[in-house]
Ligand binder design. Structure first.
Ligand code: PA5
Length: 406
């Protein structure tokens, strides 16, 4: 993995005051203050859990047509981004991994329950709090289906949750479901290298050992991660408050969504932080590209480039599809820079578990450093809690009213 700051040279220099601040942040990270267990792979996932996950995956994979992952936010985006970026675009291979519980669409749930009929289904419900509305609502109906359909449903439903008592924990204990625990000192958006992310990834057949090795290889990424964090901070200070995370390979779009969640929830607080948006190219060159070139000068890009991917040779043999894709990437970066939207370019050598592991770990460290630089708590999400409370209150009123009417 390489990071190119050529287009953001004027935002790149670290002052001596900032250097001091970064030294302090580095010490905070090294001292493993609270919510930092994700920094170390050994506190993210134990070797025993790793073995258990691998054993479970090799047992389930041959028996399973559909593996449902029920979760939202950090409880599904990590595994979704790794699975999609490392899987073929079109595949008939089993198991098919389907994500559910990440929204409240009634038609999605009813169509899903129809789609899974007659297929061999396994379920992994993931919620650290064990009580989040969207996954719990979906899980209740899916669990009902599993109980009605399979006499061995307890072997087919796996719960991944936090250590505290919760609605989900209670069901898991009552029905003796296989349960994995997410470490208490790791928040949802930093949980891709824990049981929360790794079990669905292993079920999909991806080598989780290599993914973790990639993260381990970045253990000393503080200099590059802080360079990325400080450059983003300088861009924000200069009014560039919208960051387009730009991809040129469609299967990376969930990584862009994962980046969006990681940075928005980590840094968007106290009226500070950059608004991260997902920007798939070359698709969006025909939509957002106009704004990035000539709109308000409030934007910059983080561009994710992949050096070597499966290529397609065009008939005339003058240029391949990937060469063309890279040519466009380079010209767009130059044009947007000229138009006032500079970019930071992250290049992955290839799409492998090792390279993706490196990228995700690097971005996690950068997001946390960026949060500390903004003097916000990188590991809470008080804004999310506000809407959750309002929904809870209104739902209670609604249910009470419905009961009165019945
Ligand atoms: O990063 C976070 O902490 C959040 O995005 C959570 O992952 C999300 O709200 C889901 O929470 P839970 O796993 O408790 O259902």
């Amino acid at each position: 993995m390489k990071i190119n700051f050529d287009y953001v040279k004027e935002y790149h220099t670290i002052s001596s005051l900032e250097k001091e601040k970064l030294d302090h942040i580095q010490a905070q990270l090294e001292n493993k203050e609270s919510m930092l267990d994700w920094l170390d792979m050994d506190t993210s996932i134990s070797s025993l859990e790793l073995e258990e996950i691998q054993e479970l995956a090799s047992r389930i994979r041959p028996l399973c047509d559909i593996f449902l992952v029920v979760g939202i936010g950090g409880s599904y985006l990590g595994s979704k981004s790794v699975i999609e970026s490392l899987s073929p675009y079109f595949s008939k291979e089993k198991p098919e991994i389907i994500f559910v519980g990440h929204q409240l669409s009634g038609s999605y749930l009813s169509e899903l329950l129809e789609y899974i009929q007659g297929k061999s289904v396994y379920v992994n419900v993931i919620s650290k709090s064990g009580g989040t509305l969207e996954p719990i609502i979906s899980f209740q109906s899916i669990y009902q289906y599993m109980k009605e359909t399979y006499s061995n449903y307890q072997e087919r439903v796996i719960v991944t949750t936090g250590e505290s008592p919760s609605y989900l924990k209670e069901i898991a204990m009552k029905d003796q479901l296989k349960t994995f625990l997410i470490p208490s000192q790791i928040g949802g958006r930093y949980s891709v290298f824990t049981v929360a992310g790794l079990l669905p990834i292993a079920i999909s057949g991806i080598d989780i050992g290599q993914l973790i090795e990639g993260a381990r290889a970045e253990r000393n990424c503080f200099p590059e991660s802080s360079q990325y964090a400080i450059t983003r901070k300088h861009l924000e200070d200069d009014g560039k408050v919208v960051e387009a995370f730009t991809i040129y390979e469609e299967k990376l779009s969930s990584i862009a969504s994962w980046h969006q969640q990681l940075f928005a929830e980590t840094q968007g607080k106290n009226q500070k932080g950059i608004l991260p948006i997902v920007n798939p190219n070359t698709t969006n060159l025909h939509s957002l590209g106009q704004y990035l070139q000539e709109g308000r000068k409030i934007t910059f890009e983080t561009v994710l480039k992949v050096e070597n991917t499966k290529d397609f040779s065009l008939d005339h043999k003058l240029i391949t599809m990937n060469q063309l894709n890279h040519l466009v990437l380079n010209q767009v970066a130059g044009a947007h820079h000229h138009g006032g939207t500079p970019s930071i370019i992250i290049t992955l050598e290839e799409l492998s578990a090792f390279e993706i592991g490196k990228l995700l770990y690097f971005l996690e460290v950068s997001a946390a450093i960026g949060g500390y630089l903004l003097e916000v708590n990188p590991f809470d999400q008080p804004g999310v809690e506000i809407y959750k409370q309002r929904v809870k209150d209104e739902l209670e009123n609604y249910v009470a009213e419905a009961k009165r009417k019945n």
